[in-house]
Design a binder for this molecule. Structure first.
Ligand code: ZN
Length: 425
């Protein structure tokens, strides 16, 4: 196993130091380290972060390997600075059995670029009718701890309650896609001024807020852990603030696109901006940014949602919702938060690793710690070219935008997955 000596790197914004990576761990840290056999990386001007952890990734395998595979998505993740991703269950077949979650987990191990932690479905086939085999998935080799019907809301309150009760035994989490389906029938975009002007059916903020309000009460009643996927409205932030003040065990995520883009993008009729939940107003964006800084929203999660060209480059009404996110998330975070490295590490690595229970991830580089880390060049700026992305899909909303920050290297258990900004394999 090759050793790597990273010279003069700033660990999460601190004064420059050297890091020696050997045998899968950070073997030494300090100024003026030498290691004759090590490969030297000049870390001058670079920031070392604990490897990023994404709680919300769609890898599309099994079923839609034309849009993404576990391997291509893992490569996109590594290039984005990630060392672990949680793979959502809405594959085909759905990841609602021990067999399917183990398949995804095994494909992740074979790709070997990030740790792929499968998320199990809450209900059979994501159909919302009966609970999936949560216990069997938890006991499987994939050791599933997060369950979600993402893409669909667990709308039935009785099922939601039972799911929360079930996972309590093994400290599992139900991750809810909060969307009251009766309020969003036929919805194409955020319900507001722009949807009225364009004549498109709206997705009202209250459809999200009503489910979050219901579910934090259920979580409080049961005493279980609840996670809210892709929070998108100012009203949701207020519901979460209230629940957290009461001590409810709820965590929440926001996506990079909900931190940056607004519903005015729908005026282009470019389906690349169609996403669920939809892009909201500038007021919502401001509230989400404030909630993220404050900690009412705990983490940034990408909701990386690759789609084949025919599912995106068509009429708005027929396009599938979703955007790529893994290869641009750190840049968007840097753009939105500025160089607040401790906050970025907290929201993109430490806290998501803790929510998912991923040992060895989300820990700042220090002697003895597993070498899961990424090196960022904060001074670099790059223009996003869809054709250059490692994802099999091209549906990035940031095409030809120039964004700050570049991932220079990523290490998974001491082995580089990215060097000089390029995937190693
Ligand atoms: Zn979702």
């Amino acid at each position: 196993m090759t050793a790597y000596l990273i010279k003069s790197v700033s660990v999460v914004g601190a004064a420059p130091t050297d890091l020696l990576i050997h045998d899968g761990v950070v073997a030494e840290a300090g100024v003026g380290l030498t290691a004759p056999d090590a490969t030297v990386i000049d870390g001058t001007g670079l920031i070392a972060l604990p490897g990023l952890v994404d709680l919300h990734t769609h890898l599309r395998e099994p079923g839609r390997e034309d849009a993404e595979t576990v391997e291509s998505g893992s490569r996109a993740a590594a290039l984005g600075g990630y060392t672990a991703v949680c793979a959502m269950a809405n594959t085909s077949p759905v990841a609602d059995t021990a067999g399917v979650v183990e398949q995804v987990w095994r494909l992740g191990r074979e790709a070997g670029l990030v740790d792929v932690q499968p998320i199990g479905a809450v209900t059979v086939g994501l159909a919302g009718g009966q609970l999936a085999e949560l216990g069997a998935m938890a006991d499987s080799a994939a050791r599933v701890r997060i369950f979600s019907d993402d893409g669909h809301c667990v709308a039935d309150p009785k099922l939601m309650r039972r799911a929360l009760e079930y996972v309590k035994a093994f400290d599992g989490v139900i991750a809810q896609h909060a969307e009251e389906p009766r309020l969003t029938e036929g919805a194409q975009m955020h319900e507001g001024e722009v949807s009225t002007r364009l004549g498109l059916t709206g997705w009202p903020a209250v459809a999200e807020e009503a489910i979050i309000a219901r579910d934090v009460l259920l979580a409080e009643h049961v005493g279980s852990r609840l996670h809210i996927c892709h929070v998108s409205t100012a009203g949701s932030v207020e519901v979460l603030r209230h629940a957290k003040a009461r001590g409810v065990k709820v965590t929440a995520e926001v996506t990079p696109h909900h931190l940056l883009l607004t519903d005015s993008k729908a005026e282009t009729y470019d389906p690349v901006y169609k996403v669920n939940p939809p892009l909201r107003t500038a007021t919502d964006v401001a509230a989400l940014r404030a909630a993220l800084a404050e900690g009412v929203i705990d983490i940034i999660a990408t909701d990386h949602a690759p789609h084949a060209v025919e599912d995106k480059e068509c009429e708005w009404a027929y396009a599938r919702p979703g955007m790529l996110g893994l290869e641009t998330a750190l840049s968007i975070a840097l753009d939105v938060l500025g160089p607040q490295w401790d906050l970025i590490a907290e929201r993109m690595s430490r806290t998501p690793a803790r929510i998912a229970g991923l040992d060895g991830h989300g820990v700042d580089p220090a002697p003895g710690v597993p070498a899961n880390l990424t090196l960022v060049d904060p001074a670099a700026r790059r223009t996003i070219e869809p054709a250059e992305l490692a994802s099999r899909s091209r549906n990035t909303p940031y095409a030809r935008m120039t964004l700050p920050g570049r991932i220079v290297a990523t290490f998974l258990r001491g082995e580089p997955t990215v060097l000089d900004g390029k995937a190693v394999k």
